[in-house]
Ligand binder design. Structure first.
Ligand SMILES: Nc1nc2c(c(=O)[nH]1)N=C([C@H](O)[C@H](O)COP(=O)(O)OP(=O)(O)OP(=O)(O)O)CN2
Ligand SMILES: [Zn+2]
Length: 139
């Protein structure tokens, strides 16, 4: 089994609704997303000979996925008053609503599923919320 790694980072703000402590306030992180792609066999011919997947493709797809979340305020659906949300949108803030509490754990599963949806054989995805705190999702 071969395991390839690619990574990219993005900056975004979030808060943890219902959290007792400072993380219930809006704050930012530089999220580091590391994706591991696996494959049992190497391509035998052509441009991809000796490769599972071209690193260039992994890099491009991780970057696109992660860049879509860059400099956003990521909010769990239903945790902010609709009126507040509308005011922020009217002010031009870039807001992404997600179906989950925006923790490192949930993001690792979320990005795993996005990459899987792009056809990758994903081994695991690790998301660092701070340089020392990370969560990993694998099936
Ligand atoms: N298991 C998890 N625990 C926590 C998560 C998480 O995603 N998964 N997230 C948070 C908060 O988002 C918070 O921002 C993390 O802050 P903290 O642990 O305090 O990290 P810092 O590096 O900012 O800590 P300092 O001690 O202030 O340096 C909380 N828990
Ligand atoms: Zn946080």
């Amino acid at each position: 089994m071969y395991i390839l790694k690619g990574e990219h980072s993005f900056d975004s703000a979030h808060f943890l609704a219902g959290y007792q402590g400072k993380c219930s306030n809006i704050h930012g992180h530089r999220w580091r997303v590391i994706a591991e792609i696996c494959g049992g066999e190497l391509k035998q011919e052509g441009q991809l000979r000796g490769m599972v997947v071209d690193f260039g493709d992994i890099k491009k797809d991780i970057k696109k996925m992660v860049d879509d979340h860059d400099h956003a305020l990521i909010i769990e659906k239903g945790t902010m008053k609709e009126m507040t949300l509308n005011c922020l949108r009217e002010e031009g803030f870039y807001i992404i609503e997600v179906d989950f509490r925006p923790t490192a754990e949930e993001f690792s599963r979320y990005f795993y599923e996005i990459l899987e949806g792009k056809g990758y054989s994903v081994k695991r995805v690790t998301v660092y919320e701070t340089p020392t705190n990370s969560a990993t999702y694998e099936k």
